[in-house]
Design a protein around this ligand. Structure first.
Ligand code: SAH
Length: 374
């Protein structure tokens, strides 16, 4: 199915009606519970469980398709509530078919982005947004260039995963991994992200193992500390991108608030407390942070156990950077390896469709959408 044929879901006629399938495991503060909503809609609790299961396991977003419910009830639900308030506004697929990028509209029309990646080895990964826009203004990032719009709710996050998973399901694939690497800084919307993780994790519901999820932070130290203290089982990735404070502050202004010494101390505490690995993301920018000296500095910084470096190719934005050449990339990786640092060179996915963070919102995509639809 292509974006032009994705029928817009009916807008929720009743505020927060979609909470019907919230099963009570997440903390959705001050909101109507599923039980209260059942009472209001005169719905037996076991019906709520059926709806929740249909949404989470069969990825049904239209009450009419929940075949376990009587027809009259399906009809009534259709008239009174929307199961999902997010709607797919646009989607675009890369020429190689590996990557599909989505622009979703939240109930009030605010756009957020998600990506479906079909890896050659069989993994299927959803990349989703934790905020609408981002306040951190990393110099190389299209989301930062567009600015911060607002925080989004746990269900806004959860529903992005549902819709990406539904897209994969139509191709006979199920999601194997989830990364919080779309728009936004997950640790600046901590509660909503963790509530979404709890929902995604629920064995009676979507049932995605915490270890299949990765939260990526630009380096919000109090968030890392809380994540450590709460023993969240989700993988932790830190976007490092530079191995000295001067350069990192230039690329990522958040470094002025939490410089490398504080950030790496928090990461080391995490490793010590959880015995789990930290993934460091390092975006390679030609002649900016990709010299042999940069690699050596990075290796020196990452002493100690349980870390892994992912070298990320730059996806062009309006910023004046270029992607590092394959040669410089290999040399950087080799230096890390020689120093005993485990490293993976990420291959690009979807750079022909502007699949990097924040780029779909930033671009006019109509031409590409037509191509995907054709
Ligand atoms: N705020 C979080 C998560 C969202 S960004 C974080 O910073 O980690 C997810 C990843 O995409 C980060 O590593 C980010 O630095 C990277 N990224 C941003 N813009 C990019 C670009 N133009 N090309 C490649 N990676 C980019």
């Amino acid at each position: 199915m292509t974006s032009s044929k994705v029928a817009a879901l009916p807008a929720a006629p009743q505020r927060d009606a979609r909470r019907i399938w919230w099963n009570g495991k997440a903390r959705v503060a001050g909101r109507q519970t599923a039980q209260e909503l059942c009472l209001e809609l005169d719905l037996a609790p076991y019906r709520q469980a059926q709806i929740y299961q249909a949404v989470c396991k069969e990825l049904v977003t239209d009450p009419a398709a929940i075949t376990v419910l009587p027809v009259a009830l399906r009809q009534r639900l259709r008239e009174t509530l929307a199961l999902v308030s997010l709607s797919p506004a646009r989607e675009v697929t890369s020429a190689d078919g590996q990557t599909t990028k989505f622009l979703f509209s939240l109930a009030d029309g605010t756009p957020v982005e998600g990506v479906l990646m079909r890896h050659r080895g069989g993994r299927t990964t959803a990349c989703i947004s934790s905020q609408a826009g981002c306040a951190l203004r990393c110099d190389f990032c299209a989301t930062g260039q567009g600015g911060f719009v607002r925080n989004i709710s746990a269900l806004d996050i959860f529903e992005q995963v549902l819709l990406v998973a539904a897209r994969a399901r139509r191709e006979g694939k199920s999601l194997t991994n989830l990364v919080f690497m779309g728009m936004g800084e997950p640790f600046l919307n901590y509660d909503a992200v963790m509530d979404a993780v709890a929902l995604l994790n629920d064995p009676q519901g979507f049932n995605l193992g915490a270890r299949r999820m990765t939260i990526s932070t630009a380096g919000v130290v109090p968030g890392i500390e809380r994540f450590t203290a709460e023993h969240v089982q989700v993988n932790l990735a830190i976007s490092l991108h530079a191995a000295d404070d001067e350069l990192r502050s230039r690329l990522m202004p958040i470094n002025r608030k939490w410089p490398l010494a504080l950030l790496l101390a928090a990461a080391r505490n995490y490793v010590a407390a959880t015995r789990r690995k930290v993934f460091y993301e390092y975006l390679l920018l030609d002649e900016v942070n990709d010299s042999p000296d940069d690699a050596r500095r990075l290796a020196d910084l990452l002493g100690g156990p349980l870390h892994h470096v992912n070298l990320i190719p730059y996806n062009a934005t309006d910023a004046p950077y270029r992607r590092s050449s394959p040669l410089r990339t290999r040399r950087f990786a080799d230096i890390l390896r020689e120093r005993g640092i485990p490293v993976t060179i990420r291959h690009t996915m979807g750079d022909d469709i502007a699949a990097a963070c924040g780029q779909l919102r930033a671009e006019g995509v109509s031409r590409r959408v037509r191509r995907a639809a054709g």
